[in-house]
Design a protein around this ligand. Sequence first.
Ligand code: NDP
Length: 333
Amino acid sequence: ASGGKKLGVALVGLGYYSRDLLAPALQLTEHCELKGIVTGSPDKIPVWQEKYGIKEANVYNYDTMHEIANNPEIDVVYIVVPTGLHKKYAVIAANTGKHVWCEKPMALTPEDCQSIIDACRKNKVKLSVGYRMQHEPNTQTVMQYAQDLPYGAIRTVNTQAAYGGNGLPADNWRMQKDMGGGALYDMGVYTINGARYATGLEPIAVTATRSFDHPKFTEVDNTTHLTLEFPNDILAECMTSVVQSGNQLRVNAENGWYQLKPMSEYSGVQGTTSDGKKLDKYLANQQAKQMDDDALAIINDSPVLVPGEEGMRDIAIVRAAIESSDKEKRISL
Ligand code: NDP
């Protein structure tokens, strides 16, 4: 699709994030639009059809979604199901020959991430992971600082991605291990990805402690602390939780500091520096920016900002963090 035509996007999984964030954002995008849905809940179909004018022919369920292969109105299949199901549906999506966008965290294991990458490569389609922060302009300034080092060498990084809560019912996938529930997968990837983009480096070791010290959290962690060791003696302390709050990224460098606070909110991400600069570029809608960036990469056949390999690196660190916590030892990466 080119010549001004918007790419058609099909959302797979019509839960909270699709309903409240992605579908509304797809009304604001310039280069893509909501054209199809894949859902296992028949009751959602008329609601979505009416709200977004989705044609009968563009409505699928999980057993029929492979038929998207024959639908010229769909260019992109966006996987927004529980994390433990990303691999299954992202591979089906790739095999339709359509481009694939996959929500974070990419999948449960690096092997599953690799399966998604391989399926996309085999079908010659693009793959983007839904790390919206990397599309956000103030975050991009911090990423650029990792290259330019305006405050000298980076010494320590502190990241927090956490929301206060009291746990969810046991039948919610966010409370289930096999589905990728728990703080470390759900929110921890923001802290890990943040430490990586704030340094522009790959960690060489992780030491982590997962906590299960809340009555509802027996199967998955409610809070996790990670220490990531980077080259050049840079240390990152990361905290993630779904029972206590925190939302910031701070970099301490040789000659000063800078921080983003909040670091991963849907809007209003902004920063300050030790010499009084404000990192306050305005972005109307993160998800719209992310999807337009990813649509343009398809239209122009240019590299995507957040490829599968980027999602996979964080999942390798998540797995090492789990091993570190279980064995109570430092794990080399
Ligand atoms: P929800 O639980 O609200 O929705 C998930 C949807 O997936 C369900 O409504 C359902 O849709 C579908 N689904 C298919 N199979 C299952 C199953 N076995 N159990 C439960 N649901 C199933 O989750 P979210 O929308 O909050 O999260 C979905 C994904 O998006 C996750 O990977 C999450 O990490 C990511 N996310 C990303 C955010 C970001 O900022 N980038 C923010 C929030 C979430 P249906 O009934 O239509 O089949």
